[in-house]
Design a protein around this ligand. Structure first.
Ligand SMILES: *[C@@H]1O[C@H](CO)[C@@H](O)[C@H](O)[C@H]1NC(C)=O
Length: 555
């Protein structure tokens, strides 16, 4: 930086002082300029390594866009150029970021399906795995067929150094790597799932690698049976999709023509599916289950949380500062609209909250008449800033993964009311880790929540557990944000991190299970057994004959 200074010299006084002629001054200025340019060049050195990155994160959900935005933020701050396919575009994208708006994906998710009332009455269809996967398949197809995405893909001069796709039960986006002939990275928003692990390693063992959406702990016979059953069901579903190959078909129909237009070779979809360079997982041992992971599965859970927590709005800060007995924060997340909460439930919540001495912050989209004085309604809630406030003592949440992550990050115990998707397993894991209580959705849940509040606030074990987890969470060799940037750059620099590729991917299943060896061993044993029996029989027969002839001779 010291080199920049000469530029601020007053040239006239410089000339006078040194007694230089005009031509001297010219060379001097030229020299100064040269040094200046050199300095700028040196300072900007990391920027010359800017990579072109395509991020495909088209889930029409606020929580997923927070994760996508986090990736974009860290990668663009590291100087890379991002093309970001998103359903939640910004009015002003970050510097170096080009957004491709696929907000039309929102119409695929029927909002009326995500209603508290439907879940309360067990009428929602969102719970079904097959419906979910079908929906994800439609989402991927719609995204790639979107006119703005097509415009991008059809542009013959567009190149990328690496593609990051958000993995949501459906692998179609790996096909993009054949268009740009560049490495492919999956980003998984959930705990390591066997299906995405399978793209970089062998099939997981269901006895200790549970389905990440499962709430089981691998203990009882029955639970192991359940895990095996769920695995077989999903494999059958996959076989069904082989018979009725939607991913293959979508690849052939939507992506292959574009690959052909570029004049590139067309790999089979299966080749691409198992050619993924790396998986970035929004997971960490402090948050989910411990797993033996392949070398190219990188945990970055917590990266989306801004380490500079924004200050609270003035009014909210005052409320929280003045809460003598602490603040309980209640939010059912961004997907579940509290307006769909039945009236009787709202009233019972208000009554229960009114009976507490703590201050309650309730994130709710509507005004609530007759609310008690200690209850404050927030239409919009700066969640990290609220959780970061020392007076916040408890968080009542639906248990989305972002919320449970933020809980551990800021060290606040939770009461979880899971509603759909991964929320059940998130809450069950939090309960198993010892910093949460689970309350199930019901018309009488206000009473259950009151019991859980009394229990958590009256027992120091929850906070003690959080302190332990906090050590595991915050003491990483590399911060998750830096780690993610490092690994994305690493994949580009090494042309796809081939040396991390699991050898299991190139070995057929029957060899992994040693079926051929077992067959040969059994066959050998069988042949030995037959030969021995045969030999024995022969010897015995011979001995009998010998005996007989002996007896004959004696006679
Ligand atoms: C698999 O990935 C590597 C590294 O990105 C690449 O060099 C190779 O061409 C890919 N193979 C196929 C079949 O696309």
């Amino acid at each position: 930086m010291t080199y920049v200074k000469p530029n601020s010299f007053n040239i006239k006084s410089y000339k006078l002082l040194a007694g230089f002629g005009d031509s001297d001054l010219k060379t001097m200025t030229r020299r100064t300029l040269f040094i200046l340019l050199l300095t700028i060049n040196i300072l900007a050195l990391p920027l010359t390594e800017a990579y072109k990155i395509l991020l495909v994160s088209p889930m029409p959900a606020r929580s997923h866009s927070i994760l996508g935005d986090g990736l974009v933020r860290h990668l663009s701050q590291a100087g890379h150029e991002i093309t970001y396919i998103t359903a939640v575009p910004h009015e002003k994208p970050m510097a170096g970021v080009k957004e491709i708006d696929v907000s039309s994906n929102f119409r695929l998710f029927n909002d009326s399906e995500i209603s508290l009332k439907l879940f309360l009455n067990n009428e929602s269809k969102m719970g079904s795995m097959t419906i979910m996967i079908d929906l994800m398949a439609t989402l991927a197809e719609e995204t790639l067929k979107h006119s703005s995405v097509q415009k991008l893909l059809e542009n013959p001069t567009q190149e990328f150094d690496v593609i990051i796709g958000e993995w949501m039960m459906y692998d179609l986006y790996v096909g993009l790597s054949a268009i740009y002939r560049c490495p492919y990275i999956w980003f998984s928003s959930v705990d390591p799932h066997w299906k995405v692990l399978r793209s970089i390693h062998e099939m997981s063992n269901p006895v200790y690698v549970l389905d990440s959406l499962s709430a089981n702990t691998p203990l009882s016979y029955y639970q192991r049976l359940q895990e095996l059953g769920s695995l077989i069901k999903q494999i059958l579903f996959n076989i069904n999709s082989l018979v009725n190959p939607r991913e293959n078909e979508d690849y052939e129909r939507i992506l292959v023509p574009i690959i052909r237009k570029r004049g590139y070779p067309v790999p089979s979809f299966e080749e691409l599916r198992y050619n993924v360079s790396l998986v970035l997982g929004n997971s960490h041992e402090s948050l989910g289950r411990t797993m033996a992971l392949p070398a190219n599965y990188i945990n970055i859970g917590g990266y989306h949380i801004d380490t500079n927590v924004k200050p609270l709005p003035e009014e909210l800060k005052k409320i929280m500062d003045n809460a003598k007995h602490g603040v309980i924060y209640f939010s059912m997340g961004s997907n579940l609209n509290s307006q769909t909460m039945p009236d009787e439930l709202k009233q019972s919540f208000l009554k229960m909250f009114g009976s507490l001495k703590q201050t309650v912050l309730w994130k709710f989209e509507d005004d609530l008449p007759n609310k008690p004085n200690n209850v404050h309604i927030l239409k919009w809630a700066p969640q990290p800033s609220i959780l970061n406030h020392p007076n916040c003592i408890l968080f009542i949440t639906h248990g989305g993964l972002l919320s449970t992550t933020e809980t551990v990050h800021f060290g606040k115990p939770i009461i979880g009311i899971p509603v759909f998707g991964d929320q059940f397993s998130n809450i069950d894991k939090a309960v198993a880790k010892g910093y949460a209580k689970r309350v199930d959705l019901s018309y009488t849940m206000a009473d259950d929540i009151k019991i859980a509040i009394d229990d958590i606030l009256g027992d120091p074990k929850y906070n003690a557990k959080l302190k332990e987890l906090s050590i595991v969470y915050h003491n990483r060799a590399v911060e998750p944000a830096k780690n993610l940037v490092h690994w994305v750059e690493f994949v580009v620099k090494t042309g796809g991190a081939r040396h991390l590729r699991s050898p299991a991917l190139d070995v057929p299943r029957f060899k992994i299970l040693c079926l051929d060896l077992i067959f040969i061993i059994i066959a050998t044993l069988y042949i030995i057994k037959i030969s021995v029996t045969f030999a024995f029989k022969k010897i015995i027969r011979k001995m009998k004959q010998f005996n007989k002839s002996d007896k004959k001779k004696q006679n």
